[in-house]
Design a protein around this ligand. Structure first.
Ligand code: MN
Length: 293
């Protein structure tokens, strides 16, 4: 189980200075892995990033949320095609970075929708993601779909929906099922409890985000991390576990608009990141001790 930190804890931009701040901060806090928000692959200096990652011994993954113009759940074929081109460009960037996973709100735009997803739109999304996951396997990158709350997508809001969505994507001609990505912040809003979605997803669970109910310091909100980590342990999950937190002190303005990050929940990223790693290890070690007694 690799423990990671989202780059938005440290920087709002992935230019060279931002990449340096995020990689050094993540490594110095003691993590194994950094997750980069790759909204725009052209904005990243890949060779510079690779050198930094190698220097600091960090594994790397990537995530993004699609914009409306790139929404693969659109009924408009031209928008879907633009989204698929963009996702393939991001996938190439992740492979070039030596990344292991590409995930996020890539099944729809990351936004509040004012109507339910359409059947045709969901099918478009499944077709694109089946193909993307298949191409990812050729490049050594696991593709995941992040289950997010109702205000950030209308396609996949629960683990049960994600499992069904992924299976349908896997049935696309030449397709492969993407893995399911659960995030405790979103689960806390949409799921019946913090264990059953993990158990229901089982070996299709391929990526985990750890976020508090207000996305601040772990333990300062109301997410039941004890139950969640016990469930991860019961299913034998050993994929990435990545801490995600957003504060108005750091976050990129576009992301803050999409995610509704209006409050300053912290202003010392290094302290926050070290604290989160201690908290995650504490829960993981407690869960792992259960069968020994
Ligand atoms: Mn997340």
């Amino acid at each position: 189980m690799k423990l990671g930190c989202h780059a938005s804890v440290f920087t709002g931009a992935l230019d060279r200075a931002g990449m340096e701040r995020a990689v050094t901060g993540t490594a110095e806090a003691g993590y194994d892995l950094i997750e980069l928000p790759v909204m725009d692959p052209d904005a990243i200096d890949v060779s510079h990033a690779r050198t930094l990652l190698e220097q600091h011994g960090l594994a790397v993954t990537a995530s993004l949320g699609l914009t409306e113009a790139l929404d693969i759940s659109s009924p408009d074929a031209a928008v879907v095609a633009a989204g698929e081109r963009h996702l393939n460009a991001v996938l190439d960037c992740v492979a070039d970075l030596g990344g292991t996973h590409l995930t996020g709100v890539i099944h729809s735009a990351m936004r509040k929708y004012l109507a339910p997803a359409t059947e045709a739109g969901v099918e478009h999304s499944q077709q694109v993601l089946g193909r993307l996951a298949s191409r990812g396997r050729q490049l050594g990158v696991v593709v995941g779909i992040e289950v997010v709350n109702r205000y950030e997508s209308n396609v996949v809001n629960t683990a049960r929906q994600a499992v069904e969505f992924a299976a349908a994507a896997g049935r696309v001609d030449g397709g492969l099922a993407p893995v399911v990505h659960l995030d405790t912040y979103h689960m806390n809003i949409e799921e019946p409890d913090m264990a059953s979605p993990v158990e229901l997803t089982g070996d299709q669970l391929g990526y985990v985000h750890i976020g508090e109910s207000h996305r601040g310091y772990l333990g300062s909100g109301n997410v039941d991390f004890d139950t969640f980590f016990k469930a991860l342990h019961r299913i034998g999950y050993d994929g990435p576990v990545v801490f995600e937190s957003f504060s108005s002190a750091i976050v990129h303005p576009d992301l803050s608009r999409m995610l509704g990050v209006w409050r300053n929940l912290w202003d010392d990223p290094d302290d926050l990141a070290r604290h989160a790693l201690r908290a995650i290890r504490h829960h993981r070690e407690a869960a792992a001790s259960i069968e020994r007694h």
